[in-house]
Design a protein around this ligand. Structure first.
Ligand code: HEM
Length: 136
């Protein structure tokens, strides 16, 4: 029973994390500089409260599942682990660039941050395939 509760909390955190990262990516990559400042200041509050908490929850419950139930030895988990480290780094960079772009809306973030939408969407496809199918 505890296993299912942890897994449910893990998936809930994942939903909120990915949703938040997609909003960040959309605003960073697609909202024009003329209206950026107001949108980013509203979004930064949401990112700090909801998306960052969800990132913490995804890690907490994910590591609990990995080490509490023995998944950490599996190949799929190692691969997924690398992808979630990359996503966590991207989330940190999104936060940092939204802070800078709120102060100066004409700044242009690096390609890795600008390409947030395809990176997050592609990562979700691979992560879910790995976690559900467990191909190796
Ligand atoms: C942040 C670090 C993360 C760690 C350490 C982690 C680890 C794990 C582990 C060990 C499981 C258990 C698999 C099982 O019970 O069958 C799991 C399940 C799952 N994870 Fe993660 N995960 C992380 C992030 C994510 C993210 C960001 C997503 C979504 C994009 C995600 C999606 C899922 C899904 C959908 C399952 C359920 C698989 C199933 O029940 O078949 N995880 N995760």
């Amino acid at each position: 029973m505890l296993y299912f509760i942890i897994k449910a909390l893990h998936i809930l955190s994942d939903f909120l994390l990915i949703g938040g990262m997609l909003i960040n990516a959309f605003v960073i990559g697609m909202v024009p500089p003329t209206i950026r400042t107001g949108v980013i200041s509203a979004l930064r509050r949401y990112d700090r409260t909801v998306t960052t908490a969800a990132l913490g929850g995804a890690w907490l419950f994910g590591l609990w599942l990995a080490f509490g139930y023995g998944f950490y030895t599996s190949g799929w988990f190692g691969f997924k682990f690398l992808i979630v480290i990359m996503l966590s780094a991207l989330h940190g960079m999104q936060g940092a660039w939204m802070r800078r772009m709120e102060a100066d809306p004409h700044l242009d973030p690096p390609a890795f941050v600008r390409a947030g939408l395809p990176i997050v969407l592609g990562s979700v496809v691979v992560i879910i395939a790995l976690a559900v199918i467990k191909p190796f």
